[in-house]
Every structure is written in C-alpha cells, then in structure tokens.
Design a protein around this ligand. Structure first.
Ligand code: AMP
Length: 359
C-alpha cells in the first residue's frame, strides 16, 4: 500500500533510461528517494545514476511485476511506453503517474487533436487518413501545403512529409509506409513557443513562464526563456495548459508545444506527458526545475515555485557538438548538463548547455 505524500527513502520507478530519466533520477535522489529504472539497454544514462536498473523490454510482464512491487510510485520519461505496460502496473496495484489516459492521448495524433479541441485548446484543422482516398479528400478540404504525419511513434520531425500539391499525394502516402496518419493544415505561425506545467495529486497547478523554441532539421536547437510575450499570450498559454491538465486529470509535468499566430492566438502543436526538452532551462532559471517538480507531483508533495530568477538560453548539443564541453567548461555563464552517453552518434542528444543571464 502506498501512502501519499511519499516520504524520503521511498523508491520511485522510471520507465525509460535516457537523459530525461537521468535528470528525473538526479532530482529524486536530491529529495532523498531511491530510483529504479526499467530500460532494455544496459548501462543506460539514467541507470548509471540510480540505485538499480531492471534490464528488460518495456512489455516484459515479469519485469513490470518486479518494478511494481519494488516501487511505491512509477512514472515514465517517454510517451512511447506501451500503454498496456502502464495498465499492467496499475492493475498490479502500482501508483502510476501520469495515468494511462494521458499516455493513450499523447500516443496518437488524431486522439490528441480530438481531445485538445474538446477542451478548448485549439489546434490546426486536420483529417484522419487511413487510405489514399482519405488523403485526397483531406487535401481537398484543408488545401496545400499540408503536412502528413504518422498517427503514432513520430518524434523530432520523423514520419512526416509536406504535401505541396494533390499530385504528390500517392508518393507521400507511400513514403510514410501507408500507415494510419493525420493530415494537418499548415499553421501560419510567427514563432514556436512552449509551456511547461504541472498538476499535483490534489489538482493544484503550477505553470512556468513560456519558452521560445528554434528547431533545426525537425530537432530542437534552442529554447530562450522566459520568452518575450505579452500578457494576453502568457495568459492564453496558461489557460491552455490548465485545460489540458484538468481534462486529463493529470499528475506530473506536461510539455505543450505551441504555434504563436500573433495577437495572443495560440494553437497547440502537440503535448508531451512528461518532462520536456524545452523545459531544461528551468534547471538554471528557476528554484524548482521541471524534474524536481515532476517528482514532487508523482510523490504527492506540494508543487514548487515556477518563478524565473534568470533569463536562460538552452542549447542542445547533438552528436560531436558535445566536444564543445572543453570550451564551455570555462565560460562563466554556461552550465553544462552532460548525459554520460558513450557514443556520440550524429544527431544524438548528448548534452545541453544553459547560458544564464540576469533578468
Ligand atoms: P512535430 O513532430 O509535430 O512536433 O513537428 C515538428 C515541427 O514541424 C514543429 O516543431 C513545427 O516546426 C513543424 N510543424 C509541425 N506541424 C506543423 C503544422 N501543422 N504547420 C506548420 N508547421 C508544422
């Protein structure tokens, strides 16, 4: 039986052993918790800073059973954990946060956009695409250019193709493997923003200042936060975050990617039911960062403050960009966060650096 709030000395399980799991584990450790990671990869970045790692597939029933019995609460660091694994943990009596519904919604772009519009968090117009006829009908309705994305398992711009005319439809459909998809109207945005927010076990909500994000090749390059925004925009972003968190009866930190159309009009691009790359700035900009915030929520603790005390520019270091650590180590405004990954494969997220400026 888990009683909340979890006292220090309790054990928290994390599904996924990447850098997000690592930084969650470090935050949990600082609050006196033990952490056990479940990840199929030996020596994962998170496993190496935790009390233990179960090396098994995410749908390994025995491993899930052990995790559920060892841990007083379980969370996850990425949204493609099989929903059935989370349901298995819940059935076994484990306290899992966020819950299976948040995961199911975030795993499927059609479900996600349907849910978002249902709670008043507007998205671009879209069409569900199950075959080439659906795609042609969608293009007719939404116009071109439009963006075809696989419904599931797309991230960092993968599984996506822009369609500029109806003639391109058949090629686009085959290029995504003729998998269930969504066709999205193009958002005519001036910039991309994101809001990181948390909801506690008692429904308390805490919202961080907005970040402004720049992507390169579909992958996040920088986040600048707090972003320069007017009150209308920050109020709207907070209202969107609240509607989503309450709508999912959510517990934990959530990332919401936004398209800024100007004049306070924001469309939601997608949500991530976890700590988010665009929230890494909080590690050096806020007293309570997104990782501690998530652990607080999962453990049933009160949420921490979200005020920014510093202006931060966060830059991801991909592949061999991580070699910049030598030079960054002597920059007085740079706080380095290295993930301890042995192999710097091209495009792999190896580290990030927060450059800290006074507000
Ligand atoms: P996603 O994988 O959905 O986060 O998309 C990756 C990036 O593609 C986003 O950060 C945007 O820069 C761009 N993008 C995605 N959807 C749209 C859209 N409907 N209209 C315009 N740009 C988009």
């Amino acid at each position: 039986m888990t009683t909340l709030p979890l006292p220090p000395g309790s054990t928290i399980g994390i599904l996924g052993g990447g850098q997000l799991g690592r930084m969650l584990s470090q935050a949990a450790s600082r609050l006196g918790f033990n952490v056990v990671i479940l990840d199929p990869e030996e020596n994962s970045p998170a496993g190496r800073v935790s009390q233990g790692q179960i090396i098994a597939a995410y749908d390994d029933l025995t491993a899930l059973g052990v995790l559920g019995q060892t841990c007083q609460a379980v969370t996850f660091e990425f949204e493609n954990v099989p929903a059935s694994s989370v349901e298995r943990l819940v059935r076994g009596g484990a306290v899992v946060a966020p819950g299976p519904r948040a995961l199911a919604v975030a795993q499927d772009r059609v479900e996600e956009k349907t849910f978002l519009n249902g709670v008043g968090a507007t998205t671009v117009d879209f069409a569900q695409v199950d075959n080439l006829d659906d795609l042609l009908a969608g293009l007719e309705r939404l116009g071109t250019p439009a963006l075809l994305k696989t419904r599931r398992e797309g991230y960092d711009g993968k599984g996506q193709v822009w369609i500029r005319s109806a003639e391109m439809a058949a090629d686009a459909w085959s290029s995504i493997g003729e998998r269930p998809a969504i066709l999205e109207a193009r958002a005519d945005f001036t910039r991309e923003l994101s809001v990181i927010a948390a909801r506690g076990r008692d429904g308390e909500i805490a919202v961080y200042p907005l970040g402004e994000n720049v992507h390169a090749g579909g992958v996040l390059k920088t986040t600048t936060a707090p972003a320069q925004v007017d009150l209308k925009t920050s109020d709207r972003a907070a209202a969107i975050a609240r509607a989503i968190l309450d709508g999912l009866d959510y517990v934990g930190v959530l990332g919401v990617e936004l398209f800024d159309l100007g004049d306070g009009v924001l469309l939601v691009n997608e949500i991530a039911p976890r700590v988010h790359n665009t929230g890494h700035w909080t590690q050096d900009g806020c007293v309570c960062d997104q990782f501690e915030q998530h652990i607080r929520a999962v453990a049933g603790w009160p949420l921490g403050p979200t005020t920014a005390h510093f202006q931060v520019e966060m830059t991801n270091l991909l592949g061999d960009e991580v070699d910049q650590w030598r030079h960054l180590a002597s920059a007085p405004d740079a706080r380095l966060h290295l993930y301890g990954k042995a192999e710097a494969r091209p495009g792999r997220k190896m580290a990030h650096v927060n450059r800290v400026k006074s507000l």
